[in-house]
Design a protein around this ligand. Structure first.
Ligand code: NIG
Length: 395
């Protein structure tokens, strides 16, 4: 027997991302309604809405799929605001700052880590995020990495083992020994708590061969593959991600013509993280090159205390449209269906019968306001699994 049904009606503009509605890039419907039952979408339509047990009146606002944030590092301790302030005064971003967070995270209790991760997840929900991926990478021992993944599991099923984030201080000068640890004991302890494996392919972190070894070991352990690629400069990361069939190559701030061609002819999603480029004063990538070549693009927050301390997907959308040559429709698709594709999910990022009832009601009728009115509270309601978590809508 099914539970109570709920209709969201009076929707001025419904963004579905459903290809059967060939209106705009995001499958838009006017004067629409959506019926939810038992955490899933039961029906979608226009005109007269069906009678249900409960009603949410969208009052002419825009309704869309919840944001799918496919890249974050939400489990950490400590503070790096001084590092950010120094950067704003002209200092360059260096991946070495990660070690500061590793020291603080190792010293924190499980409760402290979970309290912060829950607070940040709640913050993300309030700005419209309904699915969030979380990486380890601030523990860098088998025990600490597994602990971070266990904490992450309290707030999401999308967990990623990132033991190959940087080399911890106790392994200085012994990178290959550290990679062997990551591929061996650390992976064995972490794989039961992870869906994905990732590595940071960058000068100052791990080279292509080291990342290949980590990802291949992760694949052998049953994990899906993702890769931090081309964040701080051109390098082999994007080509490696495509070679290994990674679900996603993340950052992609520096893309050569060959990188664009490789991504465009592959299933690997290019996940852009524009809040990182904002916070580290890197140049923004030109997403137009990749979109015009036929590549698939996602947008994600990369929330972490060093390079991008925000959970706001609306902020990422604003940057992508303002600075990366994406249209508003492309940016909204990338922040919803694009993120779902980067996580190889077909049940989220879309408003269609059978999909999860993960939706947001905007405060406005027109999603261009993410960019036109940046920084304002854009979300009236966030609905996850059919439950309204962040309610500000008349009913
Ligand atoms: O994605 N690139 C590597 N990892 C994070 C940086 C984390 C940090 O600086 O603490 C990132 O930007």
């Amino acid at each position: 027997m099914s539970g109570p049904s709920t209709v969201i009606d009076n929707i001025g503009l419904l963004i579905t991302n459903d290809a059967q509605f060939e209106v705009g890039a995001t499958g838009q419907l006017r004067d629409a309604w959506v019926v939810l039952i038992d955490g899933f979408i039961e029906a979608v339509g226009t005109g007269q809405a069906p009678i249900t047990d409960q009603r949410i009146n969208a009052a002419g606002r825009c309704v869309m799929p919840g944001f799918v944030d496919s890249h974050s590092h939400l489990v950490f301790a400590g503070d790096r605001s001084d590092e950010f302030a120094a950067r704003m005064a002209g200092r360059a971003y260096e991946a070495g700052g990660i070690r500061t967070t590793v020291a603080a995270t190792r010293a924190a209790t499980d409760d402290e880590l979970l309290t912060r991760a829950s607070w940040l997840t709640d913050e993300a929900n309030r700005s419209g995020t309904t699915t969030i991926e979380i990486k380890s990478g601030y523990g860098l021992t088998a025990g600490h990495e597994a602990r971070i993944l266990r904490v992450a599991h309290h707030v999401t099923d999308e967990t990623t083992f990132l033991g190959a984030h940087v080399v911890p201080p106790e392994f200085d000068g012994r990178v290959d020994e550290y990679v062997a640890l990551v591929c061996g004991e650390m992976l064995a302890e972490c794989a039961p708590h992870a869906r994905w494996v990732d590595a940071f392919c960058e000068r100052g972190a791990f080279d292509a061969d080291q990342c290949r070894a980590v990802l291949q070991a992760g694949r052998d352990a049953g994990l899906g593959l993702r890769l931090h690629a081309n964040q701080l400069g051109n390098g082999p990361g994007v080509q490696l991600a495509v070679e290994l069939g990674c679900a996603s190559a993340d950052h992609c701030t520096y893309l050569s013509d060959d990188d664009v061609a490789a991504l465009a002819t592959s299933d690997t999603v290019a996940t852009f993280l524009p809040a990182t480029d904002f916070s580290t004063r890197q140049p923004y990538p030109n997403a137009r090159r990749l979109l015009d070549a036929g590549g698939t693009v996602a947008l994600a927050s990369n929330c972490n205390p060093g390079s991008s301390y925000t959970t706001s997907m609306p902020f990422c959308i604003a940057l992508a449209v303002r600075d990366m040559n994406m249209t508003i429709d492309e940016a909204i698709w990338a922040a919803t269906a694009g993120g779902a594709t980067a996580l190889r999910r077909v049940d989220i990022g879309i408003v269609a019968t059978g999909a999860r009832a993960d939706l947001v009601v905007l405060n406005t009728a027109n999603p261009i306001e993410f960019v036109y009115r940046p920084g304002i509270p854009a979300i009236a309601a966030t609905i996850i699994d059919g439950q309204t978590l962040w309610p500000a809508v008349d009913s």
